[in-house]
Design a protein around this ligand. Sequence first.
Ligand SMILES: Nc1ncnc2c1ncn2[C@@H]1O[C@H](COP(=O)(O)OP(=O)(O)OP(=O)(O)O)[C@@H](O)[C@H]1O
Ligand SMILES: CC(C)(CO)[C@@H](O)C(=O)[O-]
Length: 247
Amino acid sequence: MVDVVIPISVSGIWRPFISDNPTRSGSIGITVILEPYSFARVTEGEGVYLNGNPVKMKNLEYLEAKMGKVRVNMESKVPLGFGYGMSASVSLAYALGASQIRGIDLEQAALLAHESEVISGNGLGDVVSQFFGRNIVYRERPGFPPYGVIRIFEISSDDIYSKPLEALPTKSILQPLDVSFTLINEFLSNPSIDKFFEVSRKFTEALGFTSPFPNSFRKKGLILKLGKPESDSWIRHRIASRGAYVE
Ligand SMILES: Nc1ncnc2c1ncn2[C@@H]1O[C@H](COP(=O)(O)OP(=O)(O)OP(=O)(O)O)[C@@H](O)[C@H]1O
Ligand SMILES: CC(C)(CO)[C@@H](O)C(=O)[O-]
């Protein structure tokens, strides 16, 4: 029996880089790593369950084929498909848990989770950010290390809120926009939580996603907001100071 702990990841800027090699594919961009963590118990058996519901996705078929079947019971405070990087979290939970049961190196398992995300088209930078990252992650070069390169910004906040709106496919947000480079540089010139929200709002608006709330942006099917909202129906987050780990 293995317990795995995984943070949420929400990208505010991204630019896809897809090649024939899934290890080298991914995205550059800026991503905030958030609590609450998801918890997964991985055991011998089969079937992946998120908050008691069976999960079927291509990522898991890939991981089952590469690592053999295991059973994953996962609990998360945020839903799958909205933009919280949950497909990467489920894949990482599977891969990290199975690695301990089958005697596979942890980083090799994370690579398989990254490949499963790229091949299924569900995510590009989430596994790298959740596994190697914490706080705010700048993916300078796309792909899994050593091809991929990340830089971590030690920024903290416990004043972040999200509102899940709807599940949307990742392909609806993969249009490559050149403005991503300008906005990444804008963040790098003054890295702070306020700047992260400012550049993320500009980037997601350029993609056609708008938020009616102040100090916020819409990433795919969710709104991420800095500062307490007027209504209570939001999920509260703290920036996570640790990436995914096996307990
Ligand atoms: N109940 C469900 N709701 C949403 N998606 C589901 C569900 N069950 C299985 N899926 C599958 O889960 C995957 C969700 O991947 P997706 O990348 O959209 O989610 P995410 O990781 O939460 O978002 P993002 O990658 O934008 O952060 C899809 O392949 C979808 O088909
Ligand atoms: C493509 C993406 C925005 C989906 O959440 C994410 O995986 C990322 O930042 O690469």
